[in-house]
Design a protein around this ligand. Structure first.
Ligand code: TXA
Ligand code: MG
Length: 319
């Protein structure tokens, strides 16, 4: 069983030896390895059962470090970095040779982020290499938002879990591409579209593609629990008499038809940030309860992090 603890020293030693450590971030827990070490990177893909075509995000603690492994575009980068780093924003930049092709799945771009978590920032400062880290879940499953989630799912696949408590944001970072003439969001996430637009003006949001995804996290079907999952709005309540095996993830209010103990309210006050924080844990909870056979889920209001919640719901319910 993977050891859980809060020693950055231990994490550092293991990472320097090419091992994998799960790290806390404000978004979700990551499964980290030395981004410059091919063997470590390969073991990340293996541990997650992740296809080699799905590239990894590279994490570091300072924008000056990024210049070693990516080209910093002159436009937007300083404004974005000042406003949002450390934080739940990943930028897609042109990669430099030092980053192994394995990390970027052979693409000439690299996704980079400075995460906002005191333990992980302190760890990154102690290392002389950046960390490649996807979310610490088996490929296609919901992301972990506390150390126990990681242990439940990756257990023997990770050498140490650095416990930094529950993630404050709860959804993966927003991925913004700075590669093309104008910035484009490749994945909605923990930093709202509105916040980004307040700093750099209008940005486009890529629509999902399952055939040739620019960000395979954009695969249509992704982030799914194991049980069947449907949108509440697509269910005709009149078709059902017995709701005892139905679990529901609702935004603010419970549904009168479904037993109360089977429902998880994401935010009783209707706050999208609070809802984002609870979202993945709610799925896990219902997925683990044997009496529940099917999960029904309700969209959040479509603003702020509600957009990212609805994006994950869309993909979790995609056939
Ligand atoms: O919040 C997060 O972003 C978390 C924490 C651990 O930092 N990480 C995370 O990683 O969500 P992951 O691997 O689960 O999702 C990363 C997404 C994938 O969908 C991947 O395809 C995309 O980033 N990505 C990475 N490099 C890319 C590249 N060069 N071009 C396009 N998409 C890229
Ligand atoms: Mg992931």
């Amino acid at each position: 069983m993977a050891l859980i603890g809060d020693s950055t020293d231990k994490a550092k030693q293991l990472l320097q030896a090419g091992k994998l450590v799960s790290i806390p971030t404000e978004t979700v827990y990551g499964l980290a390895g030395n981004a410059l070490n091919q063997k470590a990177v390969l073991s990340i893909f293996k541990a997650k059962n992740r296809p080699a075509f799905d590239p990894l995000i590279v994490h570091t603690h300072h924008i000056n470090e990024i210049a070693h492994f990516a080209q910093l575009p002159s436009k937007w980068i300083n404004e974005l970095a000042d406003a949002f780093w450390p934080g739940p924003l990943t930028l897609l930049l042109l990669k430099k040779k030092i980053i192994p092709d394995l990390v970027t799945s052979g693409l000439d771009t690299v996704a980079v982020r400075i995460p906002n978590h005191p333990l992980t920032l302190s760890l990154l400062k102690q290392l002389d290499f950046p960390l490649a880290a996807p979310s610490a879940n088996p490929f296609g499953y919901v992301s972990p938002t506390n150390a126990q989630h990681v242990q439940d799912q990756l257990n023997d696949q990770v050498d140490y879990i650095l416990d930094g408590g529950a993630c404050g944001v709860g959804l993966e970072s927003t991925i913004l591409s700075l590669i093309e003439a104008s910035p484009k969001i490749l994945r909605l996430g923990g930093l709202s579209l509105e916040s980004i637009e307040a700093v750099i003006g209008k940005v486009a949001v890529a629509s999902h593609s399952s055939s040739s995804p620019a960000a395979p996290g954009m695969l249509k079907s992704h982030y799914a629990p194991k049980k069947s999952i449907v949108k509440i709005d697509e269910v005709n309540m009149k078709d059902f008499e017995d709701f005892s095996e139905i679990g529901a993830v609702v935004f603010q209010h419970t549904r009168k038809e479904i037993p109360n103990q089977n429902q998880i309210v994401l935010s009783p006050t209707g706050d999208v940030d609070a809802a984002a924080k609870e979202f993945f844990a709610a799925f896990r909870n219902l997925d683990e309860r044997p009496e529940i056979k099917s999960i029904w889920v309700e969209n959040a209001p479509n603003h702020g992090l509600g957009r990212a919640i609805n994006d994950r719901i869309k993909r979790a319910t995609a056939k």
